[in-house]
Design a protein around this ligand. Structure first.
Ligand code: GLY
Ligand code: MN
Ligand code: MN
Length: 447
């Protein structure tokens, strides 16, 4: 795959233009105004929450820190970018547009955040274009000052645009390769910190230093979990003090490159032993599942196959006293593996359109699998995660003990391994013509 993402940008913008033109025409709009978003302040103070731009704006432009800019898309015309660049001395204003992306837009620098509104109202680029013909996309409160509510984020248009985002362009793939490489490097540094006996907080700092991200630039809050903390699926605390005995380490951490995310999980044991063997078995299983990724595969089937594989592992490691078949039928596998196998990945960690078909209709999740985020048949150009897990989650185990056949679980074995928390292994995978490409394994191998 070509590494030079900038070389692919012109065709990315051309694709974007075509995709939006088709969607606008199908939904009877003459144009779209895509707003980047506005900063949000804490109540009664001027503290700004971390700014996360509208992903539809980011799908056109690598402007991750640019609040209050807006893009006007009119079929057959070069898109107009209202580029907010205030003359400010409280905050550093955005720098001047860079040629590699700027040449694809007609740029109007605005010094006040509302100036795009005046331009739209008075001076649409086409004399025949009325505000009611323009769809507005975004969440800035400023959109409501100009547009009727029914023109803001119309569902039909959003659905069509979301579906286009399931097929990554070469530019997007190159950006995601870059964010994966950054994260792989930082994962290696985090593992080193774990082996040195660092606290969760210190490991997080080492991760950030290695990828040169701030916390706010990460695609999601890193999960940095020692010992039993890894049984909390979205563990968010970062203990400042290292545990006396660090047995295991689960890190679910990504990076961004021009807003495109990576989302990677690795699990480590400090010593050889049964938990380390379970990690190896999970790793082999995750590779086997990933090899099956190809165009036409129903992701629901792969998720259900994962439950079979987890049930087999539970049986072979004697964590359960029943057969794998029984663990599947009774739902026992979900006690140890309660989340979905994966999700689309892109400008959002959990990228859009995972649960609809190409006509925009919902594809329901299989019964008993409420957290699966991807129910589609895979297509070439999809980017997704493959992330099986196996955990010792006290509330789920307790619930099984009281509501189901308590003897189905080998409690001695579970009690032995529960202090290790759990295991997740997560890679980022591109569906290709011939099968798939595992960006994550490739990035680790090339370090
Ligand atoms: N890091 C969030 C997830 O894996 O879905
Ligand atoms: Mn994920
Ligand atoms: Mn993850």
């Amino acid at each position: 795959m070509e590494q030079n993402y900038q070389a692919h940008y012109p065709s990315h913008v051309a694709d974007q233009q075509k995709r939006w033109e088709r969607a606008l025409e199908a939904e009877d709009f003459m144009a779209a105004l895509v707003h980047s978003g506005s900063t949000i302040h804490s109540f009664l103070d001027d503290f700004e929450y971390a700014f996360r731009p509208n992903p539809h704006f980011l799908s056109w432009l690598p402007l991750t820190r640019h609040a209050d800019s807006a893009l006007l898309i009119v079929p057959g015309r070069k898109p107009v970018l209202f580029y907010y660049q205030p003359e400010d001395y409280w905050y550093l204003p955005p720098s001047d547009p860079e040629a590699w992306w700027a040449e694809h837009f007609e740029i109007e620098v605005i010094r006040e955040p509302t100036l795009w509104q005046q331009r739209l109202k008075k001076d649409l680029p086409d004399a025949d274009l009325k505000l009611g013909d323009v769809a507005a996309i975004g969440d800035s409160p400023m959109l409501g000052e100009v547009f009727d509510q029914k023109w803001i984020n119309p569902q039909g248009l959003l659905t069509r645009i979301h579906l286009t985002r399931t097929h990554k362009t070469l530019y997007e793939i190159a950006c995601m390769e870059a964010s994966t490489r950054l994260a792989a490097r930082a994962h290696v540094e985090a593992e080193r910190a774990f082996q040195e006996g660092c606290s969760e907080y210190e490991i997080q700092l080492r991760y950030l230093a290695a990828c040169q991200h701030t916390d706010a630039e990460l695609p999601y809050h890193n999960i940095v979990a020692l010992n039993s903390h890894s049984a909390v699926l979205h563990y968010q605390a970062r203990d400042r003090v290292a545990p006396d005995h660090a047995r295991s380490f689960l890190i679910d951490a990504g990076c961004t490159f021009h807003a495109y995310a990576s989302d990677i999980t690795r699990t480590y044991a400090r010593q050889p032993g049964e938990f380390a063997e379970l990690i190896s078995a999970m790793d082999a299983m995750q590779r086997e599942l990933t090899h099956q990724v190809c165009s036409g595969l129903d992701f629901k089937d792969l998720h259900l196959l994962t439950h079979r594989r987890i049930a087999e592992l539970l049986e072979s490691f004697k964590l359960i006293n029943v057969s794998a078949d029984q663990a599947l039928v009774t739902g026992l596998s979900s006690v140890f593996y309660p989340h979905g196998l994966g999700h689309f990945l892109g400008l959002q960690t959990h990228d859009v359109a995972g649960l609809i078909d190409n006509d925009g209709h919902e594809i329901p999740r299989p019964e008993g699998h409420p957290f699966l985020r991807l129910t589609r048949k895979l297509e070439t150009g999809n980017m997704l995660t493959i992330e099986p897990g196996l955990y010792f989650i006290e509330p789920l185990l307790r619930k099984w003990r009281t509501d189901h056949d308590a003897n189905a679980i080998n409690w001695n074995k579970v009690d032995e391994l529960a202090p290790y928390g759990g295991i997740r292994i997560e890679d980022n995978v591109l569906v290709t013509e011939g099968g798939c490409e595992n960006l994550t394994r490739k990035a680790f191998a090339e370090l």
